[in-house]
Ligand binder design. Structure first.
Ligand code: F6R
Length: 625
């Protein structure tokens, strides 16, 4: 047994992954029940249908689980168990197979095996049918219990052998933490797709699906390489390949601390993360500015990839894809190179036309989104160069892309993405600047001016954050809304898409983002008295056209919130409320506008009494197709 210390693990393997749900395992000197429940609280944003723990007490594995939140689990643990335990596993669920119920909650037990699972076992029905032939029936409707049954069926006293044989039969994505009743104090883990990170300290060994659950113990950790078995004990963590050879995973370090993973006095993580945007922007932009221009030297991104590209494709999902829509505008204006922005889930099945001179830029906060990861793999297969913009260090998309530019937003815990979006905008702008220089489309002076404007976004965002109470008041206009529209032209249309998704996901109000000029081709028939319209008019080049579109909806009775750049006055009848950005170069207005839209979504959800951080049906890291 080799105790795991950061310096023992230098370079490791780089591989792929995929997931949803939060999992944690601990063995060591601490109160394991407390470690697990506290850990699950930090992981709850990954899934919050149900939660459970299993732990070793009096030579037996005991399981406590419940549908509902981790807080419900905590109560149940306090009420039903006075056991003292130093080793256990815990899970918070986002249901994929089997409804939300106590019985379907994890952990699952079969014979001597108890496990938690993150991912989807695609062939679980075939496997269940095999067991049925032998008269063995699962008690739950989950694929995870079937996985426990498969491991148990191979178990003859050697846990690693059983796991190795079992994974040979499983098809799909998984991260498992497994306990064997007759091997006390030891947790085994393996993954394919779904993420697992681990660390060992003087207090013991911890493994989890996300660094936020480990940060309390250490800033140093490793990503468990795929198809390798981790054996966790109080003394250390050993990682073996399936042939039993010891592997040394690459140690990673995070530069944020536990405060970043806590609410720190804010009502919700989302509000905290909105407020963290200036710092996130500063950390993302400033280290990459050398002599006034963008420098990706330390990121290891060479100019060659920009020089040789004749086409750019940006892929991502949801908010990340919306950041791409903003980026397209900057790229095309500066470079005159065609840029398309693709929804990753469509792109991967569309047989896209890619070649060696295509640069595929993927954008992802988590770095784990299944569709975006698949898009990156496809782009590589077709010979394109892949560059990713990712927030989570060591994540799958980061590891599998040819090049990566990290955003330095720190952990984003609210399901609705805020700070990750604005830093994605910053990085994509920086790529456009560097690419323009590399291609000789812009000189150093022009780039220096652009970089200066980019730096000003930090102060701009700082100032817009102070609009807090103004926007809270204005947002009452949406209290009773059932339907609304975001409209804009050009860059503001891209921002409308982002405003709309943010509002929908946390306030549950149906909204549509529309190119303002397009409304009159059909959709304007939905505008009647008091239907709210959030009109974004920050772009001088289309300002007058945009105002005409606002007049059109206003004259049909719409209630209008108008967002403009500074320096324009509008007649009072045009809108109910005008929100004015601090004076910015139009091309950089999206940064401030994004904050306004985030606040509108946030306060609307708060006014409706909703749980902003945990909207229904959603989870943070979407790694199912
Ligand atoms: C919306 C939101 C999602 C994510 C999307 C992609 O607020 O957070 O739309 O942007 O699921 O996630 P990542 O960026 O992790 O790939």
């Amino acid at each position: 047994m080799v105790p795991l210390c950061p310096f023992l693990y230098a370079q490791g393997v780089r591989e792929k992954e995929d997931n949803m749900c939060g999992i944690i395992g601990f063995t060591g000197d601490l109160d394991a029940k407390e470690v697990l429940v506290e850990g699950l609280k930090t992981l709850e944003y990954r899934g919050y249908d149900s939660a459970g723990i299993a732990f070793l007490a009096d030579g037996k594995i005991k399981t406590i689980k419940t549908k509902g939140k981790v807080e419900d689990l905590k109560k149940k643990v306090e009420e039903t168990s006075s056991d003292v335990t130093k080793c256990g596993i815990g899970h918070t669920r986002w249901a994929t197979h089997g409804g939300v119920s106590d019985i379907n909650s994890h952990p699952h037990t079969a014979g001597k095996v108890t496990l938690i699972h993150n991912g989807i076992i695609e062939n679980y029905q075939d496997l269940a049918a095999e067991f049925a032939l032998e008269g063995i029936k699962p008690v739950s409707q989950t694929d995870s219990e079937i996985a426990a049954m498969v491991i148990n069926s191979f178990y003859e006293g050697d846990p690693k052998e059983a796991i190795k044989k079992a994974v040979g039969k499983l098809r799909g994505a998984y991260a498992f933490c497994v306990m064997f009743e007759d091997v006390p104090g030891v947790i085994y883990a393996i993954r394919n797709g779904s993420p697992l990170v681990a660390t060992h300290t003087d207090e013991g060994s911890v493994i989890a699906s996300d660094m936020v659950a480990l940060i309390k113990y250490s800033k140093d950790y490793f990503v468990l390489p795929e198809h390798k078995i981790a054996t966790l004990t109080n003394d250390g963590i050993v990682v073996d390949d399936l042939d039993g050879n010891v592997v040394e995973p690459e140690m990673l370090h995070v530069n944020w601390d536990i405060a970043a993973a806590r609410k720190g006095g804010y009502d919700y993580f989302m509000l905290k993360e909105i407020h963290e945007q200036p710092e996130a922007l500063r950390n993302t932009i400033m280290p990459r500015i050398k002599d006034g221009i963008v420098d990706f030297g330390e990121d290891g991104v060479p100019d060659d990839i920009f020089k040789k590209c004749n086409r750019i494709v940006i892929v991502g999902c949801g908010t990340a894809m919306h950041a791409g829509l903003v980026g397209k505008n900057m790229f095309e204006k500066l470079l005159r190179v065609p840029v398309s922005v693709e929804i990753a889930s469509e792109f991967r099945y569309a047989d896209p036309i890619l070649s060696e001179d295509t640069l595929v830029i993927s954008i992802s906060q988590s770095g784990e989104t299944a569709d975006t990861l698949a898009a990156v793999r496809l782009a590589k297969e077709k010979g394109a160069t892949t560059l990713s913009i990712v927030n989570v260090k060591g994540s799958s998309i980061a590891r599998e892309s040819d090049y990566v530019l990290y955003t330095h937003a720190g952990p984003e815990i609210a399901v609705a993405s805020t700070k990750a979006y604005t830093v994605q905008l910053a990085v994509i702008y920086m790529i456009a600047f560097r690419c323009a220089m590399a291609k000789g489309k812009a000189g150093a002076d022009e780039i220096k001016d652009l970089v200066n404007e980019l730096k000003k976004t930090i102060t701009c965002v700082e100032n817009v954050i102070k609009y807090d109470s103004q926007i809270e008041t204005i947002s009452h206009m949406l209290d009773k809304a059932t339907n609304l529209f975001f409209i804009g032209r050009g860059l503001d249309h891209a921002l409308s898409c982002e405003g709309s998704i943010k509002l929908k996901e946390i306030s549950y109000i149906h909204s549509e983002a529309y190119a303002a000029g397009e409304l009159k081709h059909g959709t304007i028939s939905l505008i009647t008295d008091n239907v709210p319209v959030i009109a974004i008019a920050t772009q001088q080049a289309v300002y007058e056209k945009m105002i005409s579109n606002v007049e059109e909806v206003r004259s049909r009775g719409a209630g209008v919130i108008l967002i403009t750049n500074a320096g324009v006055t509008v007649k009072p009848q045009l809108c109910d409320h005008q929100i004015i950005l601090p004076k910015m170069d139009d091309r950089f207005a999206p940064f401030g506008t994004a904050v306004i839209l985030q606040y509108i979504a946030y306060y609307t959800a708060v006014h409706r009494g909703l749980n902003v951080d945990q909207p229904r049906n959603l989870a943070k890291s979407v790694t199912v197709e």
